[in-house]
Design a protein around this ligand. Structure first.
Ligand code: GDP
Ligand code: MG
Length: 232
């Protein structure tokens, strides 16, 4: 399998916060609104806010990670792989602030072999144009299931993001299913497969990795470093 080496500078450095020490530990509620489910480029919402895309194979836990970050069940989860056929956009704002700050995009999962032709045509019709051309896309989160060995399709996605020069971060999902030792082994196997790439272990069940991921999102989207995170 092809090895990819990604420089550590992929994630943009944060702009220095002007909000200062006082607001650092603020724990503000995050509110989210469903915007639209787009199945073609002309249906994408206007690229007005920094956007975070959630990518990964079907069933890896994309919608669950979104819900855990937002502290709500806004993104539909399913135990049947291949359910999301559209890019689902969600606006995110902090409680008390009337305007949204960023957008989350839940993308259709790849690697669902039962409908390869359909998935391929989706990829070329609107997913690839989205990833290549979306001006507002600030960060791609490439989700991998820590309970499944690294897959060829994950390598392909990471290669694609690299070739498109998109900042990205790997998220290792369903970490709660592994004990300390097996978790370490799983992380090692991903580190071997994808050297120099950071992977954040995550659990939508326990909240492991949530604060760290919020920090990464705020930095990539150049949002003030206020310590904002869902309180509910
Ligand atoms: N144990 C555990 N299960 C999870 C976690 N995240 C997702 N799942 C389960 O994995 C399945 C697929 O999740 P979903 O978010 O719909 O995946 P998507 O297809 O990538 O959007 C569902 O049955 C979830 O309950 C997690 O952190 N821990
Ligand atoms: Mg989903």
């Amino acid at each position: 399998m092809l090895k990819i080496s990604v420089p550590l500078v992929w994630i943009k450095r944060p702009r220095l916060a002007s909000s200062g020490q006082k607001s650092r530990n603020l724990n503000v509620r995050v509110l989210s609104t469903f915007v639209t489910a787009a199945t073609s480029v002309d249906r994408f919402p206007a690229p007005a806010l920094p956007e975070v895309a959630f990518l990964g194979r079907s069933n890896v836990g994309k919608s669950s990670v979104i819900n855990s970050l937002l502290g709500t069940k806004i993104a539909k989860t399913s135990s049947t792989p291949g359910r999301t056929r559209s890019i689902n956009f969600f606006e995110v704002r902090w409680a008390g602030n009337p305007r949204p700050e960023l957008v989350f995009a839940d993308l259709p999962g790849y690697g669902y072999t039962r409908v390869p032709r359909e998935v391929w045509s989706q990829w070329s019709d609107f997913i690839e144009p989205y990833l290549r051309e979306r001006r507002s896309l600030a960060l791609c989160l490439a989700l991998v299931d820590l309970n499944v060995p690294p897959q060829e399709s994950d390598t392909q996605l990471l290669q694609f993001l690299q070739s498109a020069e998109r900042p990205f971060l790997m998220i290792g999902t369903k970490a709660d299913k592994l004990s300390g030792n097996t978790l370490r082994k799983a992380l090692d196997s991903f580190a071997q497969e994808f050297p120099d790439m950071r992977i954040v272990p995550y659990s939508a069940r326990t909240g492991l990795g949530r604060d760290e991921l919020w920090r990464e999102i705020r930095e990539a989207a150049v949002l003030p470093q206020t310590g904002l995170r869902p309180s509910g």
